[in-house]
Design a protein around this ligand. Structure first.
Ligand SMILES: CC(C)(COP(=O)(O)OP(=O)(O)OC[C@H]1O[C@@H](n2cnc3c(N)ncnc32)[C@H](O)[C@@H]1OP(=O)(O)O)[C@@H](O)C(=O)NCCC(=O)NCCS
Length: 154
């Protein structure tokens, strides 16, 4: 069984490696560290399977909204349900912390992530034109409003 818990500093070398393998504009180890140590509204989870860090994700809590700022799965462990596991856990935790809405941004071309979010009930509510600085790709803003009762889902 995979183990899911709050991200810790000791996870960050593996997190940063997955981050570099997953995104054209990866977050640095330091950016994660700052969120873990100093950002009171940030919450990050990490998933280990047989000891290996396979997935992680996090949100910032903005009153009744969680903004999911990061989700990634190790390239060798995709399509095994870890992305879904992280999202479910983030939504459940967000609800516990008082959120009723979840928002996120996703690259227009990111079919895998868009499908995952749509499966969970997220819908597109806006487009941020030329949002990503590397290729000037548009970002789709999606939300899940309201976050369904996660206890009933699992
Ligand atoms: C997007 C990502 C997190 C999905 O994680 P994952 O563990 O592979 O996803 P899961 O196995 O939990 O799949 C859940 C659902 O997502 C969809 N999905 C996942 N990968 C997909 C793909 N390559 N193509 C189409 N749909 C896909 C499927 O609908 C799947 O449900 P199903 O298996 O019942 O059909 C992963 O591909 C990833 O880390 N990508 C790089 C980082 C990234 O883009 N993060 C999101 C930034 S907004």
């Amino acid at each position: 069984m995979p183990e899911i818990r709050r991200m810790e500093e000791s996870d960050l070398d593996e997190v940063a490696a997955i981050e570099r393998a997953s995104f054209p504009l990866p977050w640095s180890r330091n950016l994660f560290l700052r969120d873990l140590k100093e950002n009171k509204i940030a919450f990050f989870l990490a998933v280990r399977d047989r000891g290996e860090l396979v997935a992680y994700g996090g949100f910032w809590l903005l009153q009744e909204e969680i903004n999911i700022v990061n989700v990634a799965v190790h390239p060798d462990h995709r399509k095994k349900g870890f992305g879904r596991l992280v999202l479910d856990a983030l939504l459940k935790e967000g609800q516990k912390q008082g959120a009723t809405i979840a928002t996120l941004e996703v690259r227009e071309s990111n079919k895998a992530a868009r499908t995952l979010y749509e499966r969970l009930g997220f819908i597109q509510i806006a487009i941020r034109k030329k949002y990503y600085s590397d290729n000037r790709e548009d970002a789709l803003v999606m939300w899940l409003n309201p976050i369904p009762n996660m206890k009933e889902l699992n």
